[in-house]
Design a protein around this ligand. Structure first.
Ligand SMILES: [Cu+2]
Length: 196
């Protein structure tokens, strides 16, 4: 029943926003999430058939409309990472995402860290300053950037806060996904996002 209410709230709170980035038209739909247990996360965290993971180049190819699970600073298995704040997708740290033009990706954003994080896509590349962008959520930064709100920190109770953020990229281009929490993008919490 709990799962049912989580999904009900997701659909009831869905909002649709249309934003232009230069000549590129993005459509994003932010769905307020809820909480995921480790078991639910494990079940979600299997790459769907339309996703190809290439470990050697730290790249994720998204070849058709699909979900992509994004973990914020998960504590395990990150010994080789030089920064405390990072994104992990299917075991890759800050991977390059290469998405086919015109597809829709629903990012399932899961906060596994004791800090707030968000997921924002921008045409602006690194280096980023301490205040990578101003404001409380991606949508407040104007037309050149967009994304999710800040997710609540994980409190250690076994239930991870999550939110879904859906994007359709209608034009080819080079973008970046970043966390705009002060200092995080500067510390390396970003990755390249290519629509090809
Ligand atoms: Cu962050």
């Amino acid at each position: 029943m709990k799962t049912f209410y989580v999904f009900l709230s997701v659909f009831l709170t869905a909002t649709i926003l249309v934003v232009g980035i230069g000549s590129y038209i993005f459509i994003t739909e932010n769905e307020r999430g809820g909480y995921l247990s480790q078991e639910s996360l494990n079940a979600l965290n299997i790459p769907p058939p339309l996703i190809r993971i290439v470990n050697a180049s730290n790249t994720i190819y998204v070849n058709g409309s699909s979900d992509v699970v994004v973990e914020f600073s998960p504590p395990m298995g990150m010994a080789g990472n030089s920064t405390r704040e990072y994104f992990v997708m299917y075991g890759l740290v800050n991977p390059v995402i290469i998405a086919k033009q015109g597809i829709t990706i629903r990012f399932v954003l899961v906060n596994m860290d004791d800090m707030e994080h968000n997921f924002v896509i921008t045409a602006r590349g690194p280096p980023y300053s301490y205040m990578a962008m101003m404001g409380g959520s991606g949508m407040s930064y104007g037309s050149s950037i967009m994304g999710s709100s800040f997710l609540k920190p994980y409190t250690g109770n076994g239930e991870y806060p999550y939110e879904n953020s859906t994007f359709t990229f209608n034009e080819q281009g080079n973008y970046w996904y970043i966390c705009t929490y002060p200092g995080h993008a500067q510390e390396g919490m970003y990755g390249q996002f290519i629509v090809s």
